[in-house]
Design a protein. Sequence first.
Length: 401
Amino acid sequence: MNEELPDLEDFTKEVHEWVTNNKPETPDFLLPQTFMEVGTDEQFQYLKAWQMKVYEAGYLGMSWPKEYGGRSMPQVYQDIVTRELVDQSTPFMVNTLGLNWAGPLILHMGSEEQKQAYIQKILSTEEIWCQGFSEPDNGSDLGNAQLKAVRDGDEFVLNGSKIWTTLGTQATRMILLARTNPKSENKYKGLTFFLSPMHVEGIEPRPIQKLTNEYGFCQTFFNDARIPADCIIGNEGEGWLVAMKTLMFERGAEGGQAGGHTSMKTTVDEVVDLAQRTYRDGQLSTQDPVVRDELVNLIMDSRAMTLNGARSKIPALNSERPTSISMAGKLLATEFNKKMGDVATSLQGSNALYFVGDDNAIDGARWQRSYFNAFSGTIGGGTTQIQKNIIGERVLGLPKA
């Protein structure tokens, strides 16, 4: 098999040329910055078409098994593609939840029938996935999920609601955690994990408008919605174990994702460039010692995360606490994005009051949007506070008290 694999250097050139020649033109409408702001049909169709094009070229799901639509190639080839997609500022992959969470989960824990039914459709965008974890009254306490799933023959009847359902109006499938045994003394053992259809009578996603005036999130209501019992993944009553595995994929603590990226790239270099185009007290912002200090701190943080990413792949450098870097990755990255957006917005002074659609807005108010949208990342997949608890307890071994 190794003899049939292309040389890495040749493959890198091939991918660079393909992306250069095939990346889509910038549309005449506002593109979302991340998969959490896809709020219009034209945005969705544009992004869906791009993901389909990348997949049809053979550059998505490269490490996933051939029998399910992948190419069974080493992960390094997919990493090359993803890096090139990011470097050339191409649109992100719209089916983020399927490619990064649902797909890896199904490959790891699903039945053969589920793998055959879902994996290839995730890659091709034939089926778009969303997530049903958080609830209005149980946002950070996933184990206390109260959406009820009552068995009725070969079906389950669902009642309740989920919140922050990204892509809820576009999705055809949902990874769903529901309570099938409300009488269980152990709340974690009363939960079951479903690969639920969305186009079912009684399931209604209602879009939520964000501070940026964009949509993307939904509250999803379940009113006597019936789904087949065979869409359970794992065993009935053991949904908590499946949910924890899903969160390992979501937080980047475990590999197996299909590739591509989840947001439009913003870099420290671009913030430095912004500082060289804005003024403070009549001078370029880069002449201000406070600004320079902020920029240097951003550069150091960015470099540290890059080096940590490289270090995480070398077992000898992670022997003391093997999971520490991967577990901290989500926390550090989301807080860094918020900090970067904050600095970039502050550099604009009173011009930061302008927003999307105003001719006076610097860079089309990109940085204001970035700052506001960054808060989504510090909440989804476990809030910053929850992540600190997880690292303290599971990595450092600190007591819960």
